[in-house]
Write a protein that binds this ligand. Structure first.
Ligand SMILES: *[C@@H]1O[C@H](CO)[C@@H](O)[C@H](O)[C@H]1NC(C)=O
Ligand SMILES: *[C@@H]1O[C@H](CO)[C@@H](O)[C@H](O)[C@H]1NC(C)=O
Ligand SMILES: *[C@@H]1O[C@H](CO)[C@@H](O)[C@H](O)[C@H]1NC(C)=O
Ligand SMILES: *[C@@H]1O[C@H](CO)[C@@H](O)[C@H](O)[C@H]1NC(C)=O
Ligand SMILES: *[C@@H]1O[C@H](CO)[C@@H](O)[C@H](O)[C@H]1NC(C)=O
Ligand SMILES: *[C@@H]1O[C@H](CO)[C@@H](O)[C@H](O)[C@H]1NC(C)=O
Ligand SMILES: *[C@@H]1O[C@H](CO)[C@@H](O)[C@H](O)[C@H]1NC(C)=O
Ligand SMILES: *[C@@H]1O[C@H](CO)[C@@H](O)[C@H](O)[C@H]1NC(C)=O
Length: 905
């Protein structure tokens, strides 16, 4: 009994002292040897007294020292600062560590330890469980002996300069759960011995120079959650055994040289969140049934491979998917017609640079960001797809930077698919859609290939024809100003293939705001029908004019598209210079023009003199003539040097802008469109179409004829002659009345008559009066109510350049005519004289050369203007026959219509 009692007391006492002893031992370092070793380490690494104060007990007072039972078990000097001396010569001198027989954790991450890991690490630190040497500037190879650290659970060696191969001995570290060798220069193979690392959860060997195959043995690592082999030179295919990694959460095999297809076994990765296999040489199709089991997938990168075939439909609707990059592959197929509700806060879907076709569908609404650029999608862009979604290099309607017609046509044709040809009629021959029967499909493909080839041949012929015509025009047209060639690009729709390089610089919205003082009212020039004009000053102090276009107005939007189209196709010194654009904003676009110091003709014909507000100073005659010639040059370029011809449609004094030297720059270009009959953009139909002869075109677009421009220009000329302001921009009854009252004063027979209407502010002598008279005559011929009888712009230009020839030669011949004819009509007098001289071939050789030139310039007037041909308003038959006469004598400029008409005869 006593015995038993004393035994209990003894046990209690022993326990008590043990308890006391334990707490005492935990507080203080008991091993003298280890204390010495710590001091040695302190001095060899150059650690500071701040962290390791020399007089205090290491276990209690030193930072990063972990003790158990009075022995050092953990050393954490991660990120420590060194003494000045220590930092001058950092070394991997940790020999003192050999004294810590109980050390289980050593962490020196972010502390420079240049040198290599000593061999004895693996032999002397047998209890080490955690070794963290990340970012320590370690060099050399990983010692083979590390494989003897049989307790090691976590080994971090990333972000060093380690070289050599991965020792196979690491495969003996059965307790290892983390192995991070990333960001080194390790070479060689991934050891198959890793298969023994049954507890491994993280294996990161990314960014090394590993080569060879991914060992299939890795498939046995059933606890592996994170496998990153990205950024090596691994070749071969993805082993099917990877599909056994049922715990895997992240798989990154990107940026290697992996080949072959994706093994369907990967569907075993049921916990996978990230699948990153971009930038390899993987190919083949992605089986649709691969993905449905991977319900956890959030992040998939397949980019930069050569995957082919239909894009797996299921990827559009994976429940958790937040990020999919399938760009730069050979995926094909249509976008599914699903409207999924967005359940993703940020979802990114990148299918750029593939072979997707068909329409944009509502499926993209599921994603916050979709990149579909570089495919072959067609059709209209729905509103929800506008904005920041990259759409470039497709076959879409009404957006910029799309593929060429031929690229789209051949893509769709090769696949036997129906192409909408940018929503325009004709162009590509519509092909029947896919048929189930293979043989029928083959026939269709063959037919479409042949069709496309025929189309290409036809276009080539037309192109050659145009080039030939162009050459002839250039050779005979002395007025041609040295500007770049006019693209004969009639096959692309307005705005669809805008060439931004010809639209000047790209300005930022910020620059625009700064230049206009945030669109302050003082800078507003006017609210035009195509947009609001603002004055602006650039950073380099250059004045500019900015047009702000609100695309929500369909009128302005159309005007904007027309103008972009024009500027992307033509450039000429007589058109207002477009300095740049700002197309950043979705609904608001900006075009930036050069500032014209002299405003426009309507504002500078009369200027108030500074001295006296009531007296007006008007432009002198020489300047007026110069302006008329300049405007005629601009119009002549649009009408005759562009293929297809452009019609300005808004010629009036306020459209004629004047630079500092009163050189004309035509403005108001937002109405400019291709001449009636060319609106279908189809070269073939255009070539077969007869020229329009009435202001009201057959397709309903009013005034889209060159003759309409000529009429408007006639009013401008009259404004210059008479000084009657505003007549060119008015179509109301009083303007008409004024015209009717004024025109009778213009007569080829009577110079003096014109003095009744000449601007009284003009100071002119007898010689100049002849020029004024000539301009008035030209104006009157432009104002002929019958469009077909109005002269062509290029002849008007010639007449304005040589005004005296108009009146002197015409006058003499008409004098002659008047004496022999009783008709007396101005029209007949002016034009009849030419008709006689041109049709009377026998007389022509005797005509002096000056007269020949005059005759040439007025040939058009003559051939269409006589009263005898009056019943033939269209004038076509008559025109071509007389024209042929004149061509026999004087080579004349050809245009497309001439060629066609001649071919038709
Ligand atoms: C290692 O030491 C640093 C610096 O004293 C400290 O911030 C960090 O929490 C320590 N880490 C561990 C795992 O003890
Ligand atoms: C080593 O120390 C760093 C910095 O305190 C810490 O972030 C890291 O987790 C430590 N390493 C280990 C394996 O605990
Ligand atoms: C280290 O491991 C190797 C096997 O990889 C073994 O042969 C050797 O005896 C071990 N050395 C020590 C000191 O345990
Ligand atoms: C593997 O890890 C588990 C739990 O993390 C542990 O119980 C087991 O002992 C470890 N196995 C080895 C061989 O280390
Ligand atoms: C894989 O490693 C690379 C390089 O270290 C890194 O950029 C990438 O984010 C890692 N992948 C994953 C899924 O963490
Ligand atoms: C989509 O992928 C392409 C090509 O890989 C890349 O250039 C583009 O930036 C990506 N888009 C987004 C939104 O990341
Ligand atoms: C992918 O498309 C490109 C053309 O863009 C072609 O050169 C390549 O051969 C295609 N690759 C495969 C695997 O079909
Ligand atoms: C998608 O569905 C809408 C409405 O059901 C339909 O109007 C449209 O034609 C379909 N588009 C395609 C490409 O199937």
């Amino acid at each position: 009994m006593v015995d038993r009692c004393s035994r209990v007391v003894l046990v209690c006492l022993v326990s008590f002292f043990l308890l006391i002893g334990c707490t005492v031992e935990q507080q203080f370092l008991v091993s003298r040897q280890e204390r010495l070793a710590l001091l040695q380490l302190r001095s060899s690494l150059g650690l500071r007294a701040k962290e390791w104060p020399i007089k205090s007990d290491p276990c209690t007072a030193w930072a990063g020292i972990q003790c158990t039972n009075g022995r050092v078990t953990g050393i954490n000097i991660s990120g420590f600062k060194r003494t000045r001396k220590g930092s001058q010569n950092p070394q991997f001198s940790v020999d003192a560590l050999q004294s810590f027989t109980f050390l289980s954790s050593f962490n020196t991450s972010n502390l420079a330890l240049p040198g290599s890991i000593p061999e004895w690490f693996g032999l002397r630190l047998g209890l080490l469980q955690v070794l963290d040497l990340r970012s320590c500037s370690i060099a050399g190879a990983i010692p083979f002996t590390l494989g003897n650290l049989s307790s090691l659970a976590e080994l971090y060696l990333s972000d060093n300069n380690l070289t050599g191969i991965v020792p196979t001995s690491l495969g003996q570290l059965f307790h290892l759960s983390v192995l991070d060798l990333s960001r080194n220069s390790i070479t060689g193979l991934i050891p198959g011995t890793f298969s023994a690392l049954g507890n491994l959860t993280l294996l990161d060997m990314s960014l090394n120079f590993l080569s060879g195959a991914i060992p299939q043995e890795i498939g046995t690592l059933s606890r592996l959650q994170f496998l990153n082999l990205s950024g090596n030179s691994l070749s071969s295919s993805i082993p099917a055994q990877l599909g056994d990694l049922s715990s895997l959460v992240d798989l990154d095999l990107s940026f290697n040289s992996l080949m072959g297809s994706i093994p369907p076994d990967l569907r075993g990765l049921k916990n996978l969140h990230k699948l990153i296999i971009g930038n390899n040489f993987l190919s083949g199709t992605l089986p649709g049934d691969l993905f449905p089991p991977l319900t956890q997938l959030q992040h998939v990168v397949l980019s930069h491979n050569a995957f082919t075939g239909d894009f797996p439909f299921v990827l559009w609707s994976m429940p958790q998917l937040r990020f999919l990059d399938a760009s730069r592959n050979n995926f094909t197929g249509t976008l599914p017609n699903l409207s999924l509700t967005a359940n993703a806060s940020v979802a990114v879907f990148n299918i750029s640079q593939n072979f997707f076709y068909g329409n944009l569908t509502s499926v993209i609404r599921r994603f916050n960001f979709v990149d579909v650029s570089g495919n072959y999608l067609q059709g209209r862009v729905p509103d929800y797809a506008r904005g920041n979604m990259p759409l470039s290099r497709n076959c879409l309607q009404n957006v910029a930077s799309q593929r060429s017609v031929s690229e789209c046509v051949s893509f769709y044709a090769e696949r036997g698919l129906l192409f909408d040809n940018f929503g325009l009629p004709n162009g590509a021959q519509p092909l029947p859609p896919k048929s189930d029967k293979k043989s029928r499909r083959r026939v269709i493909i063959l037919a479409s290939v042949l069709g496309a080839a025929g189309m290409v041949a036809l276009l080539a012929i037309v192109y050659v024809l145009l080039i030939v015509c162009k050459r002839k025009t250039g050779a005979t047209n002395q007025r041609a100003i040295g500007v770049g060639p006019v693209p004969a690009n009639g096959s692309s729709p307005p705005g669809a293939s805008v060439n931004f390089s010809s639209l000047g610089d790209a300005f930022t919205y910020k620059q625009i705001l700064e230049a206009t003082g945030e669109f302050s009212d003082v800078n507003l020039i006017k609210n035009g029908h195509s947009g609001d004009f603002f004055r602006g000053i650039l950073e380099d102090a250059n004045p500019i004019v900015i047009k702000k276009i609100d695309l929500r107005s369909s009128v302005k939007k159309e005007a904007y598209m027309l103008e972009l189209d024009l500027f992307s196709k033509v450039s000429h010194p007589r058109l207002v210079p477009l300095l740049g654009h700002c197309l950043e904003n979705e609904n608001e676009k900006f075009l930036i023009y050069k500032y014209m110091p002299n405003g426009d003709l309507s504002s500078s014909l009369f200027k108030k003199t500074n001295a006296d507000n009531d007296s007006l100073q008007s432009l002198d005659w020489i300047t007026r003539l110069k302006i008329a010639i300049g405007a005629a040059e601009g119009l002549s370029y649009l009408h005759h040097e562009c293929t297809p011809p452009f019609v300005h449609r808004d010629i009036r004094a306020s459209s004629i802008l004047l630079d500092d030297k009163f050189e004309v720059r035509l403005g108001s270009l937002s109405e400019v469109c291709v001449q009636e009959g060319d609106t279908h953009q189809n070269m073939i139909t255009r070539l077969l179409r007869l020229p329009q002869t009435s202001d009201q075109g057959s397709s309903g677009m009013p005034n889209a004829t060159c003759a309409y421009d000529v009429y408007c220009f006639g009013k401008v000329l009259l404004e210059l002659v008479t000084g009657k302001l505003g007549i060119s921009s008015s179509t109301d009854a009083s303007a008409k009345e004024w015209l009717e009252a004024t025109l009778p004063y213009i007569s080829i027979y009577d110079k003096e008559l014109v003095t009744n209407i000449v601007d009284p502010s003009l100071i002119i002598d007898e010689d100049l009066l002849e020029e004024v008279w000539a301009m008035a005559i030209v104006a009157r011929s432009c104002l002929n109510p019958k469009p077909a009888r109005r002269p062509l712009m290029r002849y008007i230009l010639k007449a304005l350049e040589n005004p005296l020839k108009v009146v002197r030669d015409e006058h003499m011949s008409s004098e002659r005519l008047r004496t022999t004819s009783s008709r007396g009509s101005w029209n007949a007098a002016l034009f009849g004289s030419w008709r006689q001289s041109s049709s009377d071939v026998a007389v022509i050789p005797a005509v002096p050369s000056q007269r020949a030139e005059r005759a040439n310039s007025f040939k058009q007037l003559g051939t269409t203007g006589s009263q005898e041909s009056g019943q033939n308003d269209e004038g076509n038959g008559h025109l071509s026959s007389t024209r042929r006469h004149s061509k026999e004598i004087y080579p004349e400029p050809l245009n497309v219509q001439d060629v066609v008409r001649d071919n038709e005869d």
